[in-house]
Design a protein around this ligand. Structure first.
Ligand SMILES: [Zn+2]
Length: 521
């Protein structure tokens, strides 16, 4: 039995012998990445100095410019900002103060929803409590909310956090990931999404007619963690009609209980926000390490301009610092617009590699992954030149492996590359797909786009899309490891003899066969 297995293993190895990991280079990458890391310096500047960076905001523009200059200082070539087309109005907030002045005096924690207007100075009054969750709810409150401070939502019972806030993958979990998983069904149906969109539109219309002073919702998180997101749209003439803020759940509950008990509650609210209409474009930051004998071919890496974007920056810094001369050109892209629907990477891929017809207005309201295919791809010449794109976007956690994204031909190549990375905890190549981030923009047009498997650490519980996505929650050792792994993957891909193998395109994606003059006759 053992003999057979050994034979099979030997056979498999010889079949995929093409990729022998470059240990000399892996040595040099480790030396630079572990002995001379700059990843935390980069993070400190981006997070402390530039600060939070909503797409389209002045801070995002600063982040684009700062990352461009930083990549230039690392020695990369052709660092530049590349517009991915109009995004809409920029927005920032300067103040959000909420105080209870009766029956007790208390400073409350609250944050404005992105793209919502301010209060135009301090407003005060007695709050009214409502619960608007459906189109039917709206009618109950018509004519009752004008000029009011509105608390929207019931008191939410808060349970202790039974789930561990800090987790790393166990060996068993990683092994399980290696089993192929048939594609699942989407979490929501298109009908459910359409219904939710209709409610959102009806609510916006209602608020525009009704004109309450301010809407206050409880945050879905607790413990002072905020998951505040946006409201309304960035389009001209579609500004959200009223100031809309989210309050720390425990404090919201206190206000809601006092109001429900008929106590004499008075609130003071001051929200100051600013819209920016001068430049409606949004940008990605792009830079390169030029290739040598295959310089027309490209290996890309990146992430969107969140906190862990510093891993991709550190990976190219390492490669540049050790003085590599890769066969292929290495190109880093730092995307904006990821949280709003992978917009920056999608725009880049459409511009450079392949595009689809624009979705209809009705389809645009449906999340990209659930839309009906609007038609075949228009494939551009650069499509043939991109070997692979490597993305990192799942928090501060170190890399434990990689998703092959249903591409069976790359799995043995990745398996060979990670053989010398096992002592760093990188053990797993899974055929599985993973979604939710910018590699999908590449995968969606038939290009090899990959995302790493990363330890959770506190991602789901605490740091992802929260006010605690800050410098102090970044874990230095994890980021150093991730940068070394990313640099290794990029180097191996840039220097192997062949481009990375691709999945076949779906028939519906293929351009219609051109009618040749001969065929026309
Ligand atoms: Zn992210």
């Amino acid at each position: 039995m053992k003999k057979t297995l050994a034979f099979v293993a030997l056979f498999a190895t010889s079949l995929f012998a093409a990729d022998t990991p470059d240990l000399t280079m892996q040595n040099r990458i480790r030396q630079e990445g572990f002995r001379n890391s700059k990843v935390m310096d980069t993070a400190e500047e981006l997070m402390d100095f530039v600060g939070p960076r909503l797409t389209g905001s002045p801070n995002m523009k600063r982040a684009n410019e700062w990352t461009r200059d930083k990549l230039t200082s690392f020695g990369l070539s052709n660092a530049h900002l590349e517009s991915w087309g109009p995004f809409g109005r920029g927005w920032s907030y300067e103040e959000c103060t909420v105080r209870m002045t009766s029956p007790d005096v208390a400073q409350l924690w609250a944050l404005p929803r992105a793209w919502t207007p301010g209060t135009n100075g301090v407003i005060s009054g007695k709050p009214v409590r409502v619960k608007i969750e459906t189109v039917e709810d709206i009618e109950k409150y018509r004519g009752k909310l004008a000029g009011k401070i509105v608390l929207n939502g019931d008191v939410r019972e808060i349970k202790p956090h039974e789930k561990l806030q800090y987790t790393r993958y166990t060996e068993k979990e990683l092994n399980d990931t290696e089993n192929y998983e048939l594609p699942g069904r989407p979490r929501f149906t298109r009908e459910e999404v359409a219904k939710r969109n209709a409610f959102r539109k009806a609510l916006t219309k209602f608020l525009a007619d009704e004109k309450p002073l301010v809407m206050i919702d409880p945050d879905p998180a607790d413990y002072g963690t905020f998951h505040v997101q946006g409201a309304g749209t960035q389009k001209d003439g579609e500004q959200y009609p009223v100031p809309s803020i989210v309050m720390s759940t425990e404090q919201y509950n206190r206000l809601a209980r006092l109001t429900d008990q008929g106590k004499d509650v008075t609130l003071e609210v001051n929200v100051k926000t600013t819209y920016y209409d001068q430049d409606k474009n949004a940008y990605n930051t792009v830079a390169e390490i030029p290739g040598t004998d295959k310089k027309g071919e490209i290996v890309m890496l990146g992430g969107h301009l969140d906190s862990w974007t510093v891993v991709a920056m550190e990976a190219v810094r390492i490669l540049k610092a050790i003085g590599i001369a890769p066969k292929r050109t290495i190109r880093i892209a730092l995307w904006s617009g990821e949280e709003e629907g992978l917009l920056g990477s999608h725009g880049y891929v459409s511009e450079h590699f392949a595009s689809r017809p624009e979705p209809t207005a009705a389809e645009r309201d449906i999340p990209a992954a659930m839309r009906r295919n609007p038609g075949p791809l228009t494939i551009k010449p650069e499509h043939a030149k991109l070997s692979a794109y490597f993305n990192l976007d799942n928090g501060t956690g170190k890399v434990r492996g990689i998703y092959a994204q249903d591409n069976f031909a790359v799995a043995p190549i990745f398996a060979a590359w990670i053989e010398p990375l096992k002592d760093l905890g990188v053990t797993t190549v899974t055929e599985r797909n993973t979604g939710g981030t910018d590699h999908l923009s590449f995968d969606g047009v038939g290009l090899p786009g990959f995302q790493f498997i990363q330890d959770e650490v506190e991602y789901g519980e605490r740091t992802h899309h929260t006010n605690y996505d800050v410098y102090d929650r970044l874990q230095r050792d994890d980021l150093m490891q991730a940068a070394v792994v990313m640099a290794t993957f990029v180097w191996e891909a840039a220097n192997r003899p062949e481009m990375m193998p691709r999945k076949p395109l779906a028939k519906s994606d293929l351009p219609a066969a051109p009618t040749t003059p001969a065929a026309a006759h």
